[in-house]
Design a binder for this molecule. Structure first.
Ligand code: ING
Ligand code: ZN
Length: 308
């Protein structure tokens, strides 16, 4: 069909291929950065996973604390991969931050959807699966994880929250979960954040039930610390909420699966800017401020970032 008009205030956001190029050059320029394709999307695009090893790591096989960032699982939430890339830059530049910590990140978890959103339909959310018996395409990758699959999701392929035929039916969620499982077997996965937009809210499990998840108090207090930090840069307000009670019921999400299957103590969905004024079409001049406030202030790499 006819491509819908592209909001021209988003021209500064990077195309998928540019992000790939950036990731490859980052891996080539820093010994601490390892880049691996953990699988292919429905349309055959690579799903890239970045690993930042601690500064001064001798390459020894030691079990460390680790954090996992997932971005771009929803196509239209362009601020998510952008924030992930800025965070990467920051983590690689600052030696002190990743001291004794393994950082893992998938900056574009849904590369087909991202491309489709950029070129055809700005508001596309799902992946680009061709659904058998339906003319509607796509599975909501944040309803396709193997935790309480189907409770708060749709079985209609035309729905924006279509869960797919079964848990992990999609190559994207299959690749992500397999790699997260591998990481949690070699490291202690302490924190998982799935980056989304919009709403300025940090969500914690469960999404499929209003029952209290393990370590809720810890997720709340760490979450509030994030919100306080995020406020210091531009006075942007983030709230901290339980998914099911503060947002809406959702099942088969990344954060519920990380919490239940991998027992990651701090498991979150972070809804970035804004609160609906621009929504998904966040103006480009808010990309850097959003990234900056989410990682907090005062790093030695701030000056380098400002020049980019
Ligand atoms: N929001 C999330 C979604 O997948 C969410 C909200 C996440 C609710 C996790 C419950 C659990 O619908 C966006 N913007 O995608
Ligand atoms: Zn989302």
């Amino acid at each position: 069909g006819n491509p819908s008009p592209q909001p021209d205030n988003n021209y500064q956001v990077l195309a998928g291929q540019q992000i790939e190029y950036y990731l490859k050059s980052l891996a080539e320029s820093s010994e601490r950065v390892e880049l691996v394709s953990i699988g292919k999307s429905v349309q055959g695009r690579d799903i890239w996973r970045v690993h930042i090893r601690p500064y001064g790591d001798t390459g020894e096989d030691v079990r460390r604390n680790a954090v996992w960032f997932e971005a771009g699982i929803h196509a239209r939430e362009w601020i998510s991969p952008a924030t992930a890339c800025h965070l990467l830059d920051y983590l690689v530049a600052d030696k002190s931050l990743t001291n004794n910590l393994d950082v893992y990140m998938v900056p574009v978890a849904n590369p087909d959807g991202y491309e489709f959103s950029r070129t055809n339909d700005r508001y596309w959310r799902k992946n680009r699966r061709t659904n058998t018996g339906s003319s509607c395409r796509g599975v909501d990758l944040n309803r396709n994880w193997d935790e309480s699959f189907g409770v708060g999701a749709s079985s209609n392929p035309c729905s924006e929250v279509y869960k797919g035929t079964e848990a992990f039916s999609e190559p994207e969620t299959e690749a992500l979960s397999t790699e997260m499982q591998r990481v949690s077997s070699v490291d202690d996965l302490r924190l998982m954040i799935s980056l989304h937009s919009y709403g300025q809210v940090l969500l914690y499990p469960w999404g499929y039930t209003t029952d209290k998840a393990p370590k809720t108090r810890m997720m709340k207090s760490a979450g509030r610390r994030f919100a306080r930090g995020a406020k210091t840069s531009y006075n942007t307000k983030y709230t901290v909420e339980n998914s099911a009670t503060g947002m809406y019921y959702a099942s088969g999400t990344t954060d519920d699966w990380a919490k239940a299957a991998l027992e990651v103590p701090l498991s979150y969905t972070l809804e970035l800017r804004d609160r609906g004024g621009n929504g998904f079409t966040l103006p480009a001049n808010q990309i850097l401020p959003t990234s900056t406030e989410c990682r907090g202030k005062g790093s030695t790499s701030d000056n380098q970032l400002r020049d980019k």
